[in-house]
Design a protein around this ligand. Structure first.
Ligand SMILES: NC(=O)c1ccc[n+]([C@@H]2O[C@H](COP(=O)([O-])OP(=O)(O)OC[C@H]3O[C@@H](n4cnc5c(N)ncnc54)[C@H](O)[C@@H]3O)[C@@H](O)[C@H]2O)c1
Length: 445
């Protein structure tokens, strides 16, 4: 099939590339001309395992193209994926200006029957707005071209996006015309070889499914974080509690790891957007408010523990930070807990020495240049270099190379042997035996 994917971010680029890998012809459109030129040169703007060779191979074989012109891309496709960003507006609602802008542009150029697919995460009712925007443009042109709007939310995880897209747990398709449902079913058939994972439903149901999924995952994280906070006060080890409850199959082990808060481009904004939708519909979303409030507190938890140990004035102190990305496997620092911690530390007078296996360039652009210039923040090129003369180490992102470090060597490098383990990666007795003070999240140190 001939496909157009509008927006070549984490979702659009992975979507387009994976469809091309399955033999479809895909044109990826982005308004960011620099990104398009880079992609044509085989330079991938994001870190996503397995993506680069797949982009290069499909581009070389002519199945994957990049352009800034949606009008040109539309000459021969009849399925359009809208995969642009839906950032939070000031009131927390999903900002639909990019999605509706793309819908209007499709309407300005549509020449034959097409299926327009909302791949972006969008609130219930957005498909109606997309349909109205396209119809309005067609009416202005005085033409009557049939089209369908479909909701096909994306569930990939950054850091495992290719794997998730190629072997999805489920493919959710909200469609209300047989023609659109049939076309989407055929498009995804090659991802369903061993068994059919497609769940067809109404468009509004599909839109809600995505928010409900992310809100549920965020709720699990905030729940265990609250339990961990209580464990801290009661001298209980949350790691034992986690194992104790996770073994109950009704609860399960996924997403009940205590830590220093969830981040990224999805959970925070999607929980906010769902809160907004609920309030707009006269429902007080008490549970979702609590999920958010716990996460806000959790993103400060390492800072609060540092202040309890060192006092509020941190001038003259140096902190090593391991991990900057919002989670392992990505260079994405949107809403990353490391950013919250670093800003609080520097504001309290501390110096920071930070390392991440892939997010260093992103971090360099994110923090004020003068912090780097005057030494408030040093971005180092190795995890152990971060430890030089540090008063403490804070582990924020659980990258694999941080899991089993050489504690004996670390102790010699640091000014003081203190570890704040923001992801409960270490076994406290081992760390204490190596001579460290240990502070985990709800752990007995
Ligand atoms: N990142 C994830 O893990 C993930 C997972 C599932 C769903 N989602 C959802 O998918 C959507 C996209 O997320 P993302 O992380 O890929 O965003 P992103 O910010 O990485 O990428 C969006 C891209 O769209 C481009 N764009 C914006 N307006 C455009 C326009 N008018 N025409 C062409 N291109 C345009 C931008 O230049 C950018 O490259 C969001 O709604 C998000 O919530 C994201």
């Amino acid at each position: 099939m001939q496909l157009t994917v509008v927006g070549t971010g984490y979702v659009g680029l992975v979507t387009g590339t994976c469809f091309a890998e399955m033999g479809h012809h895909v044109t990826c459109v982005d308004i960011d001309a620099k990104k398009v030129v880079q992609l044509e040169q085989g330079i991938i703007p994001i870190h996503e395992p397995g993506l680069e060779p797949m982009v290069k191979a499909n581009f070389a074989e002519g199945r994957l193209k990049f352009t800034t012109s949606l009008a040109n891309a539309m000459l021969d496709s009849n399925i359009y994926f809208i995969a642009v960003g839906t950032p939070p507006g000031e009131d927390g609602s999903a900002d639909l200006q990019h999605v509706l802008g793309v819908a209007r542009e499709i309407g300005r150029h549509l020449e034959q029957y097409a299926v327009i697919v909302d791949k972006s995460t969008v609130p219930v009712g957005t498909a109606d707005k997309v349909r109205a925007a396209v119809a309005d443009e067609l009416a202005q042109r005085g033409v009557d071209i049939p089209f369908d709007v479909v909701s096909n939310p994306e569930f990939l995880k950054e850091g495992a996006a290719i794997e998730d897209f190629m072997k999805p747990d489920r493919i959710v398709i909200g469609a209300e015309s047989d023609q659109a449902a049939e076309l989407m079913g055929r498009l995804y058939a090659s991802f369903n070889r061993s068994y059919d994972r497609t769940i067809f439903m109404g468009i509004r149901d599909a839109e809600m499914t995505k928010y409900a999924a992310n809100a549920m995952l965020a709720t699990k994280i905030s729940f265990i974080n609250e339990i961990a906070t209580l464990c801290d006060r009661l001298d209980v080890d949350v790691e034992n509690v986690r194992r104790g409850i996770g073994s109950d199959q009704r609860i399960g082990f996924h997403f009940i790891y205590p830590g220093c808060g969830y981040g990224g481009s999805c959970f925070p904004k999607d929980v906010k957007a769902l809160v907004h939708t609920a309030e707009e519909n006269n429902l007080q979303p008490t549970l979702l408010h609590a999920v958010e409030a716990r996460n806000q507190a959790q993103r400060r938890v390492l800072y609060d523990k540092i202040v309890s140990r060192f006092g509020a004035d941190l001038s003259g102190k140096t902190f090593a930070i391991w991990g900057l990305a919002f989670k392992p496997g990505t260079d994405d620092m949107r809403e990353a807990s490391a950013e919250v911690l670093i800003r609080l530390l520097v504001e309290a007078g501390a110096k920071v020495r930070a390392y991440d296996p892939v997010a260093m360039e992103v971090a360099r652009k994110l923090f004020p240049a003068d912090w780097v210039a005057d030494g408030r923040m040093t971005l180092v090129d190795h995890q152990y270099a971060a430890l030089e003369q540090a008063d403490a180490l804070a582990l924020v992102t659980e990258w694999k190379p941080f899991r089993s470090p050489d504690f004996i060597a670390m102790k010699k490098m640091m000014a003081r042997p203190v570890i704040f383990d923001g992801r409960n990666q270490y076994h406290p007795p081992e760390v204490v035996e190596a001579g460290f003070e240990y502070f985990g999240i709800g752990r007995r140190g």
